[in-house]
Design a protein around this ligand. Structure first.
Ligand code: F6P
Length: 320
């Protein structure tokens, strides 16, 4: 392989730049050229790209969003559009493509895979609704954004006997709502996956109010209904004054957390190495969430944990 390409598609998220940087630098370290299409599949259809030299990707690691920009392309959804994209890739002598994005973007990656083009998918969506990966890129940064905002809201809620309904993103997934509710100590999480009983919630809030609780926090997933309607019902039954805060696109931006910088770097580096070794038509994923138990005897005899070789390899390549 002599020339690879990368694009970011669908909704942006923090950590995408880390993938692009790592992929470009890994390609360069292997004497392979890397190009980046602007605005996702739309850029691929217009043949709009830039050369990703080592210099071109310097200074992007700490920036949120995607410096290649992103878009949702209607044309690429058609058979004709997909054939045109394939023609453009072949005409530019691109040997493999890395697609960074959510479910729609991975569908696009699969379409090119079906046409026989070597593709690797990288799961990136704050919604964390992509199967076969415990964490998608951008989720950790979004969660950190949410808990920062909710902690601020809790301060003011406690000063005024108020209940706050904070609406978070996630489309039809309750991942952001449920995990941020746990991490902020919220009273309730309302998610699309679980039916909730508004009357019972009001009853419990009323009891807490009568016990002298000065505030209440409810995190609601955007796909679970209308936050204002929940707030209106609580106002009538629970005693607390209510306010609604919709966090909106604030959740998607900002400097990526350490977790997303590392995950993005691992995804980018590995995607290139996979393509160079002949692997194609797969999505990278991360498997991490299981708690384990180890006999204390083994722990004390285990000695100092070794530095992971993958980290040493990454530091070596990405610092070009
Ligand atoms: O899929 C990511 C996401 O941020 C969802 O949580 C949200 O519903 C949607 O994208 C918003 O899309 P847009 O940026 O096009 O308004």
């Amino acid at each position: 392989m002599k020339r690879l390409a990368i694009l970011t598609s669908g909704g942006d998220c923090s950590g995408m730049n880390a993938v692009i940087r790592a992929a470009a630098r890994t390609a360069i370290a292997n004497d392979v050229e890397m190009i980046g299409y602007r605005k996702g599949f739309a850029g691929l259809l217009k043949n709009d790209y830039l050369e990703l030299t080592s210099r071109a990707v310097s200074g992007v690691l700490q920036r949120g969003g995607t410096f290649l920009q992103s878009a949702r392309s209607q044309e690429f959804r058609t058979e004709e559009g997909r054939r045109k994209a394939l023609d453009n890739l072949l005409q530019e002598k691109v040997d493999g493509l890395i697609v960074i994005g959510g479910d729609g973007s991975l569908n696009g990656a699969r379409a090119l895979d079906l046409l026989g083009f070597p593709v690797i998918g990288i799961p990136a969506s704050i919604d964390n609704d992509i199967p076969y990966t415990d964490m998608a890129l951008g989720v950790d940064t979004a969660l950190n954004n949410i808990i920062y905002a909710v902690d601020c809201i809790k301060d003011t809620a406690s000063s005024h006997d108020r209940a706050f309904i904070v609406e978070v993103m996630g489309r039809n997934s309750g991942y952001l709502a449920s995990t941020s509710a746990i991490a902020t100590g919220a009273e309730f999480a309302i998610v699309p996956e679980v039916e909730f009983d508004l009357t019972e919630m009001c009853h419990q809030l009323r009891r807490r109010y009568e016990e002298g609780r000065t505030n209440a926090l409810i995190i609601m997933a955007e796909g679970a209904g209308h936050a204002q309607e929940v707030a209106d019902s609580i106002k009538d039954c629970a005693g607390f004054e209510t306010r609604v805060t919709v966090l909106g696109h604030y959740q998607r931006g900002g400097a990526p957390t350490v977790f997303d910088r590392l995950l993005g770097s691992r995804f980018g580096l590995t995607a290139v190495e996979l393509l160079l070794s002949g692997t194609k038509g797969v999505m990278l994923g991360l498997s991490t969430t299981t708690l384990t138990t180890t006999p204390l005897e083994m722990v004390v005899k285990g000695g100092q944990k070794k530095l992971n070789n993958e980290l040493v390899h990454m530091a070596d390549i990405l610092g070009i």
